[in-house]
Design a protein around this ligand. Structure first.
Ligand code: GLN
Length: 486
């Protein structure tokens, strides 16, 4: 590993701003590491060296001309292949979009690039972000840098693995039911799912629109806050982006955890958490206490119904969003069909993988007349009850803590034949998406030699408190010094 590839984004930016190192050098160091390490990890679907070096040289020229260094000057960035990057194809991990080139860029990516970030490439993902292991990618699985026989988590597994393996200091992922937090936990990095509406979804290919949010992966809380300060804020191109002021996140992370009230839904955690994972979780609570926080019990009585509600709402919205892939408007078209219905059918049969087909069928069923009230409408009611549970809990605490996942990373192939087992990997992450609130996963040590995470949740638009708690936690535990075997 060159001295440049292990550095956090804040340090890369500092050195580039001080003209100690050029953006081109930093970019090359990361591209070299990708060339050396990537064959055993498969984090990327596409690496774009020419584009990256071109952007780096333009930045270097501007800086040499005396321009001030922007917030992410020269920071290498990996982007989940569900977000459009100008000039690059978007596949969403699916054959149906193979070769598709979006005519515009995602606002989330455009903001980071205008702040000086250098896009290295597009990362692997479960097809259309449906999955918890990145094995549902139509192209290849990604391997966990801590143990290459294990999954990196999903659906943003490529982004999480890239950050863990020091292929990029920061990455973008998306989280519909846990796809940032769960892979962050499995790979031993930081992952933040912002409040729904906090980050523009323009240029993010929709899976379940009322749940989808883009957010960052990083190795430190400072880097996470830095990326969020650029990423957050309203976007005229996304009518659902929230017109909420963005607080000073850099200031928030310096405030320490003294006086912070941490609620734990003990009743919900009583069963089903693997023993060592639970032990690391208890230690993370002790670490927060040692930083000055107090821990109390909170009831969240409807959480046991979250998985069922999530898999109805998510599949219903997916069935509607994915109707656009018909072989006419985007990407691939099945050859040799002249009848319209047969063209649709064959294109989808060839273009979609098994998990995507399963979700479209489930979602179509849940929305069909006669079943709508019993399934979709009922799931929406459960969603309201879960949101109310959180509202009540946040009356007595500032953040809620749970393990991010019930177990560490599982083996490749271990759950591919059993979709329900795979769905249960999301038991602790989906409630935040249903309620629209932000969630942060932080590394909390190793269970059976593999990273596990602690998840912190906060009130809507209160990412500042999550980052504040996270920074205090990082200071006590120094989790950011933990690295996979290179
Ligand atoms: N694993 C969950 C699912 O399969 C969540 C996916 C996501 O957050 N994109 O739906």
């Amino acid at each position: 590993m060159s001295g440049l590839t292990g550095l956090p984004a804040t340090e890369i930016r500092r050195r580039i701003a001080a003209r100690d190192v050029s953006s081109e050098e930093v970019t090359r160091a990361h591209l070299d590491r990708i060339a050396a390490v990537e064959p055993g990890i498969d984090a990327f679907l596409l690496v774009a060296p020419e584009r990256a070096l071109g952007a780096a040289r333009r930045l270097d020229t501007a800086l040499a001309g005396g321009a001030p260094a922007p917030l992410l000057a020269g920071v290498p960035l990996a982007v989940k292949d569900v977000l459009h990057v100008a000039g690059l194809p978007t596949s969403c991990g699916s054959r149906i979009l193979e070769g598709y080139r979006p005519p515009f860029a995602a606002t989330a990516v455009a903001r980071l690039e205008s702040a000086g970030a250098i896009v290295l490439g597009k990362t692997n993902m479960d097809e259309f972000a449906m999955g918890s292991s990145t094995e549902m990618s139509a192209f290849k699985p990604t391997r966990n840098p801590w143990d290459r026989e294990r999954v990196p988590g999903g659906s943003s597994g490529g982004s999480a693995a890239a950050v863990a393996a020091r292929l990029a200091p920061i990455a973008l992922g998306t989280d519909t039911g846990g796809s940032i937090r769960q892979p962050a936990a499995f790979c031993g990095v930081v992952g933040l799912k912002p409040t729904w509406g906090r980050v523009s979804r323009y240029g993010l290919v929709a899976f379940a629109s009322s749940l989808d949010q883009a957010g960052p992966f990083a190795r430190t809380v400072e880097d996470t806050a830095l990326v969020c300060s650029v990423l957050f804020g309203p976007d005229p191109l996304d009518a659902t982006s929230a017109d909420e002021p963005v607080p000073d996140l850099a200031a928030a992370i310096g405030r320490g955890a003294r006086g912070l009230r941490v609620g734990v839904p003990w009743a919900f955690l009583a069963e089903g958490v693997e023993a060592e994972t639970m032990a690391r979780f208890r230690e993370s609570l002790a670490a927060l206490e040692s930083a000055g926080a107090t821990v109390l019990d909170v009831p969240l009585p409807h959480l046991p119904h979250a998985i069922a509600a999530y898999y109805l709402v998510a599949t219903a919205e997916a069935s509607s969003n994915l109707a656009r892939y018909d072989g006419v408007r985007y990407g691939r078209r099945a050859p040799g069909e002249h009848d319209l219905k047969r063209l649709y059918g064959k294109t989808r049969d060839l273009g979609f993988g098994a998990e995507v087909k399963r979700r479209i069928i489930l979602g179509t069923f849940a929305l069909s007349s006669g079943y709508y009230d019993a399934y979709y409408l009922r799931a929406q009611k459960v969603r309201t009850l879960i949101r109310r549970d959180f509202d009540a809990a946040f009356g007595t605490c500032d953040v809620i803590a749970t393990p991010t996942t019930p177990t560490p990373a599982f083996r490749l192939g271990e759950k591919t034949d059993d979709p329900l087992q795979m769905y249960l990997a999301d038991v602790f992450t989906v409630p935040a998406n249903l309620a629209g609130i932000p969630g942060l996963s932080l590394p909390c040590g190793l269970a059976h030699g593999l990273p596990v995470g602690v998840q912190l949740l906060a009130r809507a638009f209160d990412e500042a408190t999550l980052l504040r708690a996270g920074a205090a936690y990082q200071q006590v535990t120094r989790f950011h010094e933990m690295a996979p075997p290179s």
